[in-house]
Design a protein around this ligand. Structure first.
Ligand code: HEM
Length: 457
């Protein structure tokens, strides 16, 4: 899941401790004992079925080391609220490749740079699909649509090529640079105003606002500041979708829950999807109408002067006649816009928040970064994107931050068929988790891995 297992900077969650009942009426106690008996019998039965399932073929597989599993849930209980930290702990004990069973899903965790390279480079074709779930399928108009969750194949390759060469290519980014400059200016204005009034600033929230505005304006020409209610609604629906994609859904892991929506995620996903689709349909129709009117009134050459956002570019591409199977569909356009929002907002905001946190905690490094900016940019203007190549220390600060605080600490994939990697056997549909967080802290790769030391880059 793209957003699954995301770590947030400076955010702490407090869980209220639920009250414990100290006395129960006798009838309720009898009911409770009956329930325990039924549940225990069921657990025994399911355990027996599992033991049978683990027979001959499975036992001959050469699997990597694995911690002790519980019946039915396997190793699900090990994950806890920060799976990347929990898995790091297990891997320091058992090695850089471990095998888990998450409910009914076989899983391999790679926690070292060498192991990650084996899975993602040497055996990239076996592990090239992202992990889909019931919720991602629902949010992506069935199984095969979209970009981030599209299975590896022609459609995914085409979307990626479009992304690299056109939609997020150098000339598009250059064309949309003024949007980013304006939004950064707006952030500084807010910080200045609040500082003058000696008001508190929620820096994390301001950074999310910055990245959301940048992406929404680059994608569909609408920012969610001020009074643009429609853009705010789009942002909310995209955030709801991202949140749902990151939920741990029992239906994906426990076979007997497959068709039970016990946590209500499926119902919520269907609702979000219905509202998202309606809203995007409205936005696209409005844009098509505008494009038609512009075309009717435009003089020759006018269109070359108009700044196009990604929606315009996608509509241009989807109008190009190609074989019916190759044509970019309406759904492709909608999901692509959401994928860019999902990929481009939280990751960037969380990374910037960690950069600030590390700089505040390391005043000498902050001074050095400030000195570099003063000498390259001076104090008469703001830093521009074009200054970045001349700011190697600032770049090192960002790299060092990403090493210690990767915004997506666990990459997920699953195997398309049975495969053999590093001498181990993996059945088809094995989930792969690459623990970027553990790789960034591996003492075999990094000297004093827990120290924030940008000079190492
Ligand atoms: C500091 C900022 C960012 C970080 C840390 C980050 C992190 C990542 C990571 C780790 C992946 C790989 C996930 C995987 O392999 O499963 C990824 C993929 C992706 N990111 Fe980012 N990202 C950032 C900014 C952005 C921005 C600004 C955009 C869009 C404007 C974006 C769009 C995407 C897309 C579309 C993918 C999927 C690519 C594919 O399937 O080939 N990201 N990002």
């Amino acid at each position: 899941h793209f957003h699954l297992f995301k770590q947030h900077a400076l955010v702490f969650h407090f869980h209220p401790i639920s009250g414990v009942e100290t006395s129960s009426p006798p009838a309720a106690m009898e009911g409770y004992l009956n329930l325990v008996a039924v549940v225990s019998s069921l657990a025994c039965l399911i355990t027996l079925l599992f033991i049978r399932k683990l027979s001959p073929a499975r036992r001959t597989l050469n699997l990597p080391p694995s911690p002790t599993a519980l019946p039915v849930i396997g190793h699900l209980h090990l994950l806890g609220p920060s799976p990347h930290r929990a898995l790091h702990k297990v891997s320091t004990r058992l090695g850089s490749v471990i095998h888990l069973r998450l409910g009914a899903v076989p899983c391999v965790v790679a926690s070292g740079a060498g192991a990650a390279k084996e899975f993602l480079r040497t055996h990239d074709l076996s592990f090239s699909d992202r992990v889909r779930s019931k919720v991602t399928d629902c949010l992506n108009y069935g199984a095969a649509g979209g970009f981030i969750f599209a299975p590896y194949g022609d459609h995914w390759r085409r979307m990626r090529k479009l992304c690299v060469s056109e939609l997020l290519g150098g000339s598009t980014l250059e064309q949309l640079r003024s949007i980013r400059r304006e939004e950064v200016g707006r952030l500084f204005q807010t910080l200045n105003d609040k500082a003058e009034k000696r008001q508190e600033v929620d820096v994390g929230a301001e950074l999310v606002k910055l990245t959301s505005n940048v992406i929404l304006r680059m994608v569909m020409g609408k920012g969610c500041f001020g009074t643009d209610g429609e853009a705010l609604q789009v942002k909310k629906l995209m955030e709801d979708a991202s949140e749902l994609m990151g939920k741990f859904n029992l239906a994906d892991f426990l076979g007997f829950c497959k068709n039970l929506d016990l946590q209500g995620f499926q119902k919520r996903a269907e609702d979000v999807q219905r509202r998202f689709d309606g809203m995007m349909e409205g936005i696209i129709e409005e844009r098509e109408d505008l494009r038609r009117r512009k075309k009717e009134t435009a003089c020759d050459g006018d269109h070359a002067l108009v700044r196009k956002d990604l929606l315009d570019m996608l509509l241009d591409i989807s109008q190009v006649e190609e074989g019916a199977d190759k044509k970019l569909t309406r759904e492709d356009v909608k999901i692509f816009l959401r994928d860019i929002f999902a990929g481009g907002t939280d990751n960037a905001a969380v990374t910037m928040e960690w950069v600030l946190a590390e700089l505040i905690n390391h005043p000498a490094i902050l001074e050095k970064a400030r000195g570099e900016i003063d000498s390259v940019v001076g104090d008469a203007r703001m830093v521009e994107e074009s200054d970045i190549p001349s700011l190697p220390f600032l770049q090192a600060v960002v790299k060092e931050t990403m090493r210690l605080h990767p915004a997506a600490p666990l990459l997920t994939r699953h195997s398309s068929g049975p495969c053999r990697v590093m001498g181990y056997d993996f059945p088809a549909k094995t989930m792969l988790l690459v623990n970027l967080w553990a790789i960034g802290r591996d003492p075999d790769q990094w000297e004093d891995p827990l120290e924030f030391r940008p000079e190492r880059f």
